[in-house]
Write a protein of this length. Structure first.
Length: 443
């Protein structure tokens, strides 16, 4: 009897000790969460105040250009110039309508609205990324929130300062992924079409939807794209004027690519700020100015390949990356939430590097792939050696991304495509993890 009583006492003490340890761990984690929230809020406030303050310094950057575009739409003027001049506005006509509505409030209110929208989108993108990665929003490992967000802070800073909407597009894509997971394909198509009508590059998602046979999402995307691009601007531009806008934009942006410029950015298209496959290949394989300096051009190419052969190399590289992506995908009967999270992350990376004009702030979309990578480090049961190799892979990716920071000496590495190569390395690493998750298909 005494022995049984002693066992019960020991068991009660052990349970109490474990509960106390769990309570202490929960309290420490809560303090960590509060600290991270405070830091995040302070950084967001600093970014917001700086963006609004630029109005009072007469340095509104892209905010001013977007505002003028909106006023041009309201006054019935030409959104895109014709002839030999480059476009002052390079986005689809639907985006011009969006800025026209915002411009009715005035420049300062428009800046404030965009700042609030980007702030909300930044918060939403973090939580949506966590949800898609883990299936939950809260109470995940603090590093899952901290590391990817910290890595993408320079891109967020650019978005706030320039007034760009890539964070909003990112949220549209993440919500579309949630809809696909929940088999709400019609809604996913609406969100992808909305994003593509404001900036064209998210339309590349259609290729993925076609391959995965998400027919409802494909149909929804196509129909809503027609609505947003053709029908929505009619009350502002009229039928003929809007069709002309679409034609002018398509010819100038989609089909304009030559030895001197990508789309409508002859000076910036091949500069180090553009980290797309097309730009990096041109900088490395033929002599193009990587610094936009007409007086003292700087070249980083190690070969001089004729333009038509260079484009064949670009096409072959793109097909190779797509083939790697497709062969990394699990069979549809083997798909899980974990495999889907990697699949979506790899798709976002491909969209970023395949977009001909992929400037620095575009890479805020890496928040989600980086979060998937951090989750792999935190949760996958590996041998220590394999885990160490995975950690080295992730650290190298982050270091390559850091070369886009305005630090002396980093520009040489950025000109050689440091962000592009970080994306390629991240893509191959995620693909390797995806292949490890695959199992033989049951017969």
């Amino acid at each position: 009897m005494l022995k049984i009583y002693s066992c019960h006492v020991y068991s009660w003490k052990e349970t109490k000790r474990r509960n106390d340890e769990m309570d202490l761990k929960a309290k420490q984690q809560n303090r960590t969460y509060k600290f991270l929230i405070i830091i995040f809020a302070v950084i967001m406030l600093m970014f917001s105040v700086s963006s609004v303050y630029s109005y009072f310094r007469d340095s509104t950057k892209d905010y001013g250009k977007l505002y003028q575009t909106g006023r041009t739409v309201l006054s019935g003027g030409d959104i895109y110039v014709t002839g030999d001049q480059t476009f002052q506005f390079i986005y689809p006509p639907t985006a011009a309508i969006f800025y026209a509505l915002l411009s009715t409030f005035g420049l300062l209110p428009m800046i404030v609205i965009l700042v609030f929208a980007n702030s909300a989108a930044w918060i939403a993108s973090v939580f949506l990324s966590v949800y898609l990665t883990t299936g939950k929003v809260l109470r995940q490992h603090p590093l899952l929130y901290l590391v990817p967000t910290a890595c993408c802070i320079p891109y967020v800073w650019d978005i706030f300062q320039l007034g760009q909407i890539n964070l909003l597009l990112f949220v549209c894509m993440l919500v579309a992924f949630v809809c696909l997971q929940r088999k709400r394909e019609w809604y996913a198509g609406v969100l992808i079409a909305l994003a593509a009508s404001l900036k064209a590059f998210p339309v590349l998602t259609l290729v993925y939807l076609l391959y995965r046979r998400r027919w409802k999402a494909v149909l929804s995307t196509v129909v809503l794209l027609f609505f947003f691009l053709v029908l929505l601007p009619i009350p502002f531009r009229g039928v003929q004027r809007n069709l002309q806008d679409i034609k002018t934009w398509t010819q100038g942006m989609v089909f304009h690519y030559d030895t001197n410029s990508i789309a409508q950015r002859p000076s910036r298209g091949y500069s180090l700020k553009n980290q797309s496959l097309v730009a990096v290949a041109n900088r490395l394989l033929r002599p193009v100015d990587a610094y936009r300096s007409h007086e003292n051009p700087i070249y980083v190419n190690f070969a001089d390949i004729e333009f038509k052969y260079l484009n064949a190399i670009i096409l072959a590289a793109a097909l190779g990356l797509c083939l790697f992506y497709v062969t990394s995908m699990p069979h549809y009967t083997q798909r899980t939430m974990g495999s889907d999270s990697i699949e979506y992350a790899m798709m976002l990376i491909l969209i970023l590097i395949f977009t001909p004009l992929s400037f620095t702030y575009f890479y805020v979309w890496l928040l989600y792939p980086l979060m998937v990578a951090v989750n792999i480090l935190l949760t996958r049961p590996y041998l220590f050696r394999t885990w160490k190799m995975t950690l080295v892979w992730f650290v190298i990716c982050v270091l390559l991304l850091s070369f886009m920071l305005p630090v002396p000496g980093f520009d040489q590495l950025a000109a050689r495509g440091s962000t592009f190569w970080a994306c390629v390395l991240l893509l191959f690493g995620l693909g390797w993890k995806q292949r490890q998750l695959k199992a033989p298909i049951a017969q």
